[in-house]
Ligand binder design. Structure first.
Ligand SMILES: [Zn+2]
Length: 137
């Protein structure tokens, strides 16, 4: 029994090492991947209630496409690009969650500017290029 236990532990260690070697230089998981997989899961669950075979097929197709996309992203070696995708996602998602602020892009340099919500029309000065623009907050 003890022999089997240590054999199992060794096997686990070997698999751990080969998995780590396989993932070496690859991007791995991030918040965007979790969201993609979550959306795929929701689609699969929704598909349980869809009786129309064509729509059901499409739902499954999209769900599988999302899963492949998430797997592709985690195995990708282009870590910089994947990181940027995740950053973009977090930016958009953060904006949606933030109820106290509004976000604007500077018309000149595209810098994102955050202002408090509900202050009426305000003059905003871009922190990067000092461009002034008026927006309703
Ligand atoms: Zn600017």
């Amino acid at each position: 029994m003890n022999g089997f236990g240590s054999w199992l532990r060794q096997l686990g260690m070997k698999m751990n090492i080969s998995l780590r070697r396989f993932m070496d230089g690859r991007y791995g998981n991030d918040k965007l991947n979790n969201a993609i997989l979550g959306a795929a899961m929701v689609l699969v669950i929704l598909a349980l209630f869809i009786r129309n075979p064509l729509i059901n097929l499409i739902a499954h197709g999209v769900a599988y496409a999302l899963m492949f996309w998430a797997i592709f992203r985690s195995l990708s070696r282009n870590t910089y690009k994947r990181y940027q995708e995740n950053r973009k996602y977090l930016q958009v998602f953060g904006r949606m969650q933030d109820r106290d602020h509004r976000y604007f892009d500077c018309p000149k340099c595209r810098q994102m500017v955050r202002v408090p919500r509900g202050k009426g029309k305000i003059a905003i000065t871009c922190p990067r290029c000092k461009e002034k623009f008026v927006r309703k907050s």
